[in-house]
Design a protein around this ligand. Structure first.
Ligand SMILES: [Zn+2]
Length: 122
């Protein structure tokens, strides 16, 4: 399934989660139907800090279908860290980073290689 967009409600939820978890980072899995991201799968446990990607990988339930991830950068720009890039390549085709102040423009989607990816908001 090629992911081409995200439901506006889902994007708003991801931004809202960034606000509510601040100053901590959140990380979730993303599900899609018909090429549109429309589901957020919370991950059990608390993930804080940029070095938690390996913990995140261990928590993905076996056999669960998903298209990618989303996480927040509580203080920083929405560009992927080296740790993010190594996570992206293993965890699906689309990865969203939301950043402070979690407004409608403070997010970016990336492909598995860390290149910016356009998503239609539907
Ligand atoms: Zn990150």
């Amino acid at each position: 399934m090629f992911v081409r967009g995200i439901e506006k409600e889902t994007l708003m939820l991801l931004l809202e989660m960034g606000k509510s978890s601040h100053p901590n980072e959140y990380m979730v899995m993303l599900g899609a139907e018909g090429g549109i991201i429309n589901t957020v799968y919370p991950i059990a446990g608390t993930v804080t800090g940029e070095d938690s990607a390996s913990i995140f990988m261990d928590m993905i339930p076996l056999g669960m279908g998903f298209v990618g991830t989303a996480h927040s950068h509580p203080e920083g720009p929405v560009s992927p860290s080296d740790m993010d890039l190594s996570t992206f390549v293993e965890t699906g085709q689309v990865h969203i980073i939301t950043g402070n102040p979690f407004s409608e423009t403070s997010w970016q989607a990336y492909d598995r290689h860390g290149q910016p990816k356009h998503l239609d908001i539907v």
